[in-house]
Each structure stands twice: as structure tokens, then as C-alpha cells.
Design a protein around this ligand. Sequence first.
Ligand SMILES: [Zn+2]
Length: 170
Amino acid sequence: MNLPGLIVGSFIPDIEVPILFLFFSEGIDNHFILHSLVGALTIGTLISTLATVLLYPIIASLLFRLDKVKVKEACKLTPVLVFSCMVGNVFHILLDLPMHPYSLILWPFVDPYSIVGVLVIVFAVDGDIKLGFLIANILTNLIMGLFMVTIVIKSRRNLWEQILVGNLNS
Ligand SMILES: [Zn+2]
């Protein structure tokens, strides 16, 4: 698996959130084609691949002072990189699934409102979907935050390089 591809891929679906928010502040808020499997496997993967190959080396070396040559080497266009971008996109959508009161995962085949996240239902006290969404959201972010802390503690040596590029020797 290619780590930069995975990182960029898991982030890309949410680039539609601010864009959609600007144009439609009401309605099915800010999830659309990039949060569907159809979109993730096509344009989501395409955008992620382009961003990983073209932008990631620049941004990673600029923000985290990594060796640009090394990062570029890790971001070379390969089938593994494209596949990793795809996995990142799908992983993002699956992670969004339990904590949202609707899902576009099967768009355009299934009505987004007929897919309600299981965590939202669990925490919807007195049928309050908004409250369920809020608690599910906080819980998911908390779990992901704990994951991050664990990674940071476990790999302090060359931390940024390991997190953002992966182990190049393996
Ligand atoms: Zn999302």
C-alpha cells in the first residue's frame, strides 16, 4: 500500500463539502458525488491520484521539511498508488457511514435518506436525530484522534517522515 496515496485519498471526498456549502447552504448538506461509491471509484480516485503525484511532494516537503526527493520517489505514479488512492476514498465513505443521518454511498441508485447511520440511531435519544448525529460525530472523531495519538507515541523517531511518506526501506 502507498501511504501518501492512502492519506490523500481518505481526505479528498471532503473537498466537496465547502464547495457545496457555498452553493447550496440548505438541503442535503454538503455530501454529494464524492461521497458515493460511483464517484469515489472514478473522479475521487482520479483527483486523489493527481493531487498525490503533483501536489503532495510540494506540500509535504514545504510544511514538514521532508526531503523532497524522497517524497517525490514515494509519490511516483504506479498502479499501487492509484489503488491506494481508491482505498482511501472508499475508507472515508465507510467511516462517514455510521455517523451521518443519511448517506450517498449508493447514489444514484438508493435514496440517501433511506440509509441512516447506525451510531446516529443508537444515540438518537427520544428520536432526536440531530442529537444522535452530534454524539456519533464526536465519538468517531474521538476514536480517530486516539488512533493518531497512538501512532505519534509509537513512532517518535522520524515521525513526520513515517506518517506522511511511510517506510521507504520496506
Ligand atoms: Zn466525508
